[in-house]
Design a protein around this ligand. Structure first.
Ligand code: CAA
Length: 284
């Protein structure tokens, strides 16, 4: 069924949305990227140009290929541009009321047979799905940061999802050359449910003065991981990290996921990691 996918929409062109739009366009699909206003759209275009520009610098893409990829991505500030998409992936900030509003709008403008997907990492796909009149067409499609590099994509079904809608997304993920895993609508899905106990403990360890941030990171990096846990949280965003821990804690009451106090304090202070220039580390 995914072979018939031609046009895919992406709503929200922040770090994740822009990365997803790039991955889709790289696979030859026509992409429609939608943002709320001109300034956000300009930032989204900047993400796309920087990320593909980096690949050109590394000799992974020619300038012509970069232009072809960017040329397949139409940018718009209007939801109406999504009207003829076969699938739309929502990647707006992790706030349930906002996501529900976006899905209500998608339900209005998208074709009845279009599949609506959310890239949520911490919210319930079911709660998002029931804001539409087609919850059976709603799935989760969870990419990892940075989306152009990370191979894993979690595909989430709810108790309402039609198998055919799930198959559209499973086949798409295969077409993208990613590793797709399918999971029910449980907080943290598979990867975050396992990863965030560890990340949260690393934050608590740093908070208690157990070791310096550099040594905590160096220890885990030397085990063969690509990044230490505090550097990784800075990449993910401390706001997203806090939300993921809270969601898993709410569902499981597992104390390993009770957010380390330092996480909450840093989020309140606006120290969100790389995206704000400061988290556990400072960035230029
Ligand atoms: N966008 C596009 N490409 C990127 C990129 C980005 N933001 N960051 C790095 N890359 C590419 C580079 O261009 C490079 O590509 P080539 O090999 O083709 O030249 C490759 O990735 C390696 O990059 P670098 O050499 O600059 O740096 P590195 O070797 O240190 O790798 C990393 C950087 C890929 C981010 C690596 O450190 C890594 O894999 N870190 C772990 C990331 C991770 O675990 N992410 C999951 C977080 S959890 C999550 O996202 C889920 C959630 O819901 C919160």
């Amino acid at each position: 069924m995914a072979a018939s996918l031609n046009k895919v929409g992406v709503v929200g062109l922040g770090t994740m949305g822009a990365g997803i739009a790039e991955v889709l366009a790289r696979s030859g699909l026509s992409v429609v990227g939608v943002e709320v206003g001109d300034e956000a759209l300009r930032r989204g275009r900047g993400h796309l140009e920087r990320s593909t520009g980096r690949a050109v610098k590394r000799g992974r893409l020619s300038v012509d290929e970069q232009q072809a990829i960017l040329g397949r991505i139409e940018l718009s500030t209007s939801f109406g541009a999504l009207g003829d998409c076969d699938l739309v992936v929502e990647a707006v900030p992790e706030q349930l009321p906002l996501k529900r509003r976006v899905f209500e709008q998608l339900d209005e403008v998208c074709r009845a047979d279009a599949v609506l997907a959310t890239n949520t990492s911490s919210l319930s796909v079911t709660e998002i799905a029931v804001s539409t009149n087609r919850p059976e067409q709603v799935v989760g499609v969870h990419f990892f940061n940075p989306a152009p590099v990370m191979r894993l994509v979690e595909i989430i079904h709810t108790v309402l999802t039609r198998p055919e809608a799930l198959a559209v997304v499973q086949e798409l993920v295969e077409r993208l050359g990613k590793v797709g895993v399918t999971v029910g609508d449980r907080a943290g899905f598979i990867a975050n449910r396992l990863l965030f106990g560890y990340l949260n403990q690393a934050a608590a360890m740093y908070d208690s003065g157990h070791a310096s941030r550099e040594d905590i990171d160096a220890a885990m990096k030397a085990t063969g991981l690509p990044m230490g846990p505090l550097t990784l949280m800075d990449l993910i965003g401390l706001d997203v990290s806090l939300e993921v821990c809270e969601a898993i804690y709410r569902e499981t009451r597992d104390r390993r996921h009770a957010p380390a106090p330092i996480l909450r304090q840093m989020v309140t202070a606006g120290l969100l990691g790389r995206k704000t220039g400061r988290g556990f580390y400072a960035y230029d």
